[in-house]
Design a binder for this molecule. Structure first.
Ligand SMILES: Cc1cc2nc3c(=O)[nH]c(=O)nc-3n(C[C@H](O)[C@H](O)[C@H](O)COP(=O)(O)OP(=O)(O)OC[C@H]3O[C@@H](n4cnc5c(N)ncnc54)[C@H](O)[C@@H]3O)c2cc1C
Length: 447
């Protein structure tokens, strides 16, 4: 058991509120600050985005006994529903019983705040943190950046304030602080498929619906009330882009042509399209994540990634699992807790950033590439035959809690094998032959 401390968490998002539960259960006083109003009191729409929760997220929730409360608001998805322009195909995610879970971000965040409050954490909403004094863990709070600020001193401060963190902002001004940020040329917009009149879902609720079209795509995840939250990912500029869709007619014609089966289920397409904001996607990396025994960054505040692996929140929750392991190991030695936490997490955060970015590149440039499609077909065929010898990369990331660095290494290893296999003579015709099977088995052995 640790000596009780007075701890501030900046950010009552998903990561901040789960961290609060862990720290409360460890016996600390926990104050959480958020610049926004209490989301339990406001309408949350237009940028709510549904999240896919997978193993790493559940492990962190179960680790503090709140997994079952969250399962009540989650819908299992055991397969992808792939909407082609003229066909609909289903593809199971993993082995029998393996699912990811659709959860509305707003509903989950409200639930997490309720759970953190029940655990005894104190929330302070509409409190903007502008700065922190690193050496004394003092927060500077005020209405405006240039107005009067109040000071609140703590023993420790956690920055769980997201991709544009003010806590990180202060840490960035130290020497030897590394930082990079890269925006994609793809943005996203939320749309909505309402429930049927009887409250049922218009599409299969246990599927992750995807309309892949190379450079742009639409996805839809089910909600408990019978609706689906859709996200349209598309370049900002160019032929098929947000910039090319300027009025109702253009939007409707674009959807009719490219996502024909979505049109009848999205009744307010044009209204939503022009009402809802177009948001950006960023990869942000930095290091170090901690300052002495006083300050630590966690979640998107230290590793924002693009969403194409559905792992941002899962990775943030896994930060908490690892931080907690260090707390159990090093107790009151917070400096050691922090330094072991960041050493353990940084390579894994970089690995999932890389995997997520690769998925984005694959979607944009490779889905129309015949060699790439052949590679995926061979991998699936071989993995079905030898499930113990070829774990699909997606499964390693999503259905296990082995470190992300291992998944990245596995992906590289599998790609190196497939590069050799694709060079075999007449691979297009012999792809499912004994010769290919033996070649892969041999290459797997040679490592
Ligand atoms: C389109 C999209 C789809 C995604 N899909 C998935 C998915 O399927 N699965 C998945 O695991 N992840 C997904 N993610 C990633 C996931 O949303 C994030 O990783 C996660 O929300 C990060 O949580 P967080 O608590 O670290 O930060 P945030 O959710 O950004 O919360 C930060 C909080 O800090 C507060 N704050 C910020 N600055 C201040 C300040 N100065 N003072 C006080 N308060 C402040 C904010 O108001 C906010 O409440 C997706 C992300 C996007 C954009």
């Amino acid at each position: 058991m640790q000596t009780p401390k007075k701890i501030a968490i900046v950010g009552s998002g998903l990561v901040g509120s789960l961290l609060a539960i862990y720290l409360k259960k460890a016996g600390h006083t926990v104050h959480i600050y958020d610049r926004s109003p209490d989301i339990r009191q406001i309408q949350f729409s237009g940028r709510s985005i549904n999240l896919a929760m997978s193993n790493r997220g559940w492990k962190a929730l179960d680790g503090v006994g709140v997994g079952d409360a969250v399962r009540e608001i989650a819908i299992p998805m055991d397969k992808r529903a792939i909407h082609l322009v003229d066909d609909l195909k289903f593809q199971n995610y993993g082995q029998e019983g393996e699912c990811i879970y659709s959860i509305s971000r707003g509903t989950l965040n409200r639930k997490m705040i309720d759970l953190a409050e029940e655990a005894g954490a104190d929330f302070f909403f509409e409190q903007k943190i502008w700065d922190v004094t690193l050496t004394t863990a003092t927060l500077h709070i005020g209405e405006t950046e240039r107005g009067a600020w109040e000071e609140r001193q703590y023993d420790l401060v956690f920055g769980a304030d997201g991709a544009f963190s003010r806590i990180r902002h202060r840490m960035q001004r130290q020497s030897m602080f590394n930082y990079s940020q890269e925006f994609l040329n793809i943005g996203y917009k939320e749309l909505n498929i309402p429930a049927n009149a009887d409250g049922s879902h218009k599409l299969d609720k246990n599927s992750f619906h995807i309309w892949p079209r190379g450079e742009y795509m639409l996805i839809a995840l089910s909600n408990l009330d019978g609706s689906f939250t859709c996200t349209l990912f598309m370049p900002f500029e160019g032929e098929n882009s947000f910039a090319s869709l300027n009025d109702r007619k253009e939007v409707e014609a674009f959807f009719e042509k490219n996502f024909p089966d979505s049109v009848e289920v999205i009744p307010n397409l044009a209204e939503d399209f022009f009402k809802n904001p177009t948001s950006t996607l960023v990869t942000m990396k930095c290091y170090p994540w901690t300052y002495t025994d006083k300050i630590a960054l966690i979640g998107d505040a230290c590793h924002a990634i693009v969403p194409f692996y559905g792992q941002g929140m899962n990775a943030g929750f896994e930060d908490i699992t690892v931080l907690n392991e260090m707390i159990l190991k090093y107790g009151d030695d917070w400096e050691r807790v922090f330094s072991e936490y960041q050493k353990s997490r940084k390579p894994n955060a970089d690995a999932i950033a890389e995997l997520s970015y690769r998925n984005f590149v694959e979607m944009g440039t490779k889905t129309a590439d015949d060699k790439f499609l052949l590679q995926k077909k061979i991998e699936k065929w071989f993995s079905d035959k030898h499930p113990d010898k070829w774990i699909p990369l997606y499964s390693r990331v999503t259905f296990s809690d082995r470190p992300y660095v291992e998944a990245l290494a596995l992906g590289d290893f599998q790609n190196a094998i497939m590069e050799k296999v694709l060079k075999m003579d007449n691979i297009e015709t012999i792809w499912d032959s004994a010769a290919v099977e033996n070649k892969i088995l041999e290459l797997l052995q040679s490592q």
